[in-house]
Design a protein. Structure first.
Length: 223
């Protein structure tokens, strides 16, 4: 590939002469693309025009134009790709959309999606990853047949929460709860197993049973 610094300057033309031709991209140095099959020294290299959103690649067939000035050679369009299943769409501001064998990648500093009515995303597998995230909804409904989550620290605040669960299993290292008002449990049966010590402190304690009350221990202190 020729060195860009050694390329001869195009001769000055008193009258602009516009020429257009098909060419094949042979290589690239910086913003300049080298073209083969043009038969015109003025069109042996060209820049990508702003209107040509697809980034030319080596082997692509392109439409090039020269307006008769020293720096007036541009690639107007990519007519045929050397690799039909691959393309990169370049937008102003450093935004790019790349398609490769049916996969789409969007590269941008910031991406915003706005819809006046609704937005939907459907896929067999969805992955969201980031350093921080925020979800804001006036109303949120979620349904999953199975969920597995790993958290380092969780902090939640809710004015009211209602949950209906068929079966709940929890394994906790340490559990601390502060309840300002009433803590009420309604259950068909309650069973508690404590390996070491069970302490119950209260200003008043009431225990009522319709049937039998049994207390069993090696030593029982009352009062």
């Amino acid at each position: 590939m020729q060195n860009l610094n050694r390329l001869p300057a195009f001769p000055h033309r008193d009258e602009a002469e516009t020429r257009m031709t098909y060419a094949t991209v042979a290589g690239r140095v910086g913003a300049w693309f080298f073209l083969d099959g043009v038969g015109d020294p003025a069109l042996e290299r060209a820049q990508r025009a702003t209107s040509c959103l697809i980034e030319p690649e080596r082997g692509d067939t392109v439409l090039a134009i020269h307006d008769g000035t020293a720096a007036g050679s541009y690639i107007l369009a990519v007519l045929a790709r050397a690799e039909p299943g691959k393309a990169e769409l370049l937008l102003p501001g450093g935004v790019a959309m790349q398609a490769d064998a049916g996969a789409l990648t969007v590269r941008a500093r910031q991406v915003n999606l706005e819809a006046s009515e609704s937005a939907a995303m459907q896929a067999p597998s969805v992955v969201l990853s980031g350093i921080s995230g925020t979800l804001r909804f006036q109303r949120l409904e979620a349904a999953a047949q199975k969920m597995r989550a790993h958290f380092g620290a969780v902090q939640g605040m809710a004015q009211s929460m209602t949950a209906t669960v068929g079966r709940l299993v929890q394994r906790v290292g340490n559990s601390l709860r502060w309840i300002d008002g009433l803590d009420e449990t309604r259950a068909g049966r309650v069973r508690m197993q404590v390996e070491d010590r069970f302490d119950l402190e209260s200003r008043h304690v009431s225990m009522r049973a319709v049937g039998q009350v049994k207390i069993d221990g090696e030593k029982i202190d009352l009062g």
